[in-house]
Ligand binder design. Structure first.
Ligand SMILES: Cc1cc2nc3c(=O)[nH]c(=O)nc-3n(C[C@H](O)[C@H](O)[C@H](O)COP(=O)(O)O)c2cc1C
Length: 215
């Protein structure tokens, strides 16, 4: 079962294993060299965008070259050939990840499978991991990878946020129901952030040890 803990950075064995199987011809060049790292994300209320920027900051502090790309605004000139490592993130909304991320990954899966890559999911489930929520997250991850054909080497689950100030109408009603079901706060006069930034830092630093593909 997928372990989606509040503090993130827990690898589901099966995805890790599949990733290793699909992992070809990497030299064991360790990160004394500078890697060109892509952090591409989908974000609806901005928590995943915040995590993507934080990852970039940590990686840059370690001397890496990092580009952060919003999946909704991918430049026409974009090519994965410009990168050594791809970190892709998306958040859960009513059971699915952002369509723009799914499209990108589906179109680029052949290239992604030839390079070190990782996926980070952002969800409320990772903050409040009920058995039902975990099994839903697990099956959404499975479907995402099955539909896109992508085999990232790492999959991590970060806790997101409850951004009541950004929910209106039906969305607010839906989130209140979800929050109620998992015993999360339902006081809509506050926003709540659950992301464990140390876990995000650990994930970024783990990427520094990823072997690079042979050129
Ligand atoms: C309408 C809506 C539906 C959501 N559905 C889920 C869900 O099915 N499972 C879950 O774990 N989190 C769910 N969430 C919580 C989001 O994943 C969480 O708020 C996350 O931080 C959003 O990241 P973002 O701001 O980058 O979009 C939902 C949030 C909203 C607003």
């Amino acid at each position: 079962m997928l372990a989606a803990h509040r503090d993130g950075c827990v690898l589901p064995q099966r995805f890790d294993r599949e990733g290793v199987q699909g992992y070809i011809a990497f030299s064991w060049l360790r990160r004394s060299s500078v890697a060109r790292i892509l952090v591409l994300y989908g974000s609806t209320e901005s928590q995943t965008a915040k995590i993507a920027e934080f990852l970039a900051t940590v990686l840059k502090q370690h001397g890496q070259t990092v580009s952060v790309v919003d999946s909704e605004f991918i430049p026409g000139s974009f090519t994965l050939n410009d990168y050594d490592v791809a970190l892709i993130g998306a958040s859960m909304h009513a059971g699915g990840f952002q369509r723009a991320v799914q499209n990108f990954v589906g179109q680029q899966q052949a290239s992604l499978n030839q390079m070190p890559s990782a996926f980070f999911s952002v969800s409320l489930t990772a903050a409040y991991p009920t058995p039902e929520g975990r099994s839903q997250l697990d099956s959404h991850l499975e479907r995402f990878f099955a539909e896109t054909g992508w085999h990232p080497q790492q999959v991590v689950n970060f806790a997101g946020a409850l951004a009541y100030s950004q929910y209106h109408g039906l969305k607010r009603w839906a989130m209140l129901r979800i929050a109620h079901d998992v015993h999360a706060p339902t006081d809509t006069s506050h926003d709540y952030e659950y992301t464990d930034w140390e876990a995000v830092t650990r994930f970024a630093e783990a990427m520094l040890a990823v072997p690079l593909a042979q050129g």
